[in-house]
Design a protein around this ligand. Structure first.
Ligand SMILES: [Zn+2]
Length: 214
């Protein structure tokens, strides 16, 4: 993690994220770099959250005009105007007479249903992790959840992310049908199904805000 270190006569360590989403560390004159970096490490979740929320404010909302690019399964695809009422996707671009946020959300939800739900069922069947019901939502803060009675909610904006990210959220929630907390056993179960899950988890932390930008 990059940071700017400012030493002074102060007695305690202070962290600040400036308006460019950069980390500023204020430290006592004699505190060792090792101690400082340990502290940064401990606060890394807070730092990430804070800097992502600053970056998110900077991201421009899409214009919904011809040529605008939209995310789908991790790729960016342009919108082109064509004389059809319904939004369609041909693997290269999105097209319709016009596009707006509601139309796009509708399309994403249908796409999520046809692509992600079969994955959910595949993982549930293959790894004997049955669930009750699945509901699709768009939520600001959650990518998925699993209730005490094993009803699963999934955020269908995940269809904008690469497939391994969708798989990770699906497997995470399915693992909760068996283990309700985030204990060591829980993460072991997730890892036994998706050995590379840590990369997906951190991708989501770093890039999740982009999926919301609509
Ligand atoms: Zn969880």
């Amino acid at each position: 993690m990059n940071y700017q270190l400012i030493r002074s006569k102060r007695k305690t360590l202070g962290l600040q994220i400036n308006s460019n989403a950069e980390l500023i560390v204020r430290a006592p004159n004699r505190l060792s770099v090792k101690k400082i970096e340990q502290f940064i490490e401990e606060k890394s979740s807070w730092i990430k959250e804070k800097s992502n929320s600053i970056k998110a404010k900077d991201v421009q909302k899409p214009s919904y005009k011809e040529g605008e690019n939209f995310l789908y399964l991790g790729g960016l695809y342009p919108f082109t105007i064509q004389s059809s009422k319904n939004l369609s996707f041909n693997g290269i671009s999105f097209s319709a007479e016009q596009i707006n946020k509601d139309e796009l959300l509708k399309w994403y939800k249908i796409a999520f249903k046809s692509i992600a739900i079969p994955r959910l069922d595949y993982y549930a069947d293959t790894f004997s992790l049955p669930y009750q019901q699945v509901r699709l939502k768009t939520q600001k803060t959650l990518w998925g959840s699993c209730s005490g009675t094993n009803n699963i909610n999934l955020n269908y904006l995940l269809i904008r992310a690469p497939m391994d990210i969708i798989d990770y959220v699906i497997v995470h929630e399915l693992a909760h049908t068996k283990i309700k907390n985030h204990s060591k056993d829980f993460w072991q179960l997730v890892e036994s199904i998706l050995p590379e899950y840590k990369a997906s988890k951190s991708w989501l932390k770093d890039n999740g805000y982009k999926l919301h930008n609509l």
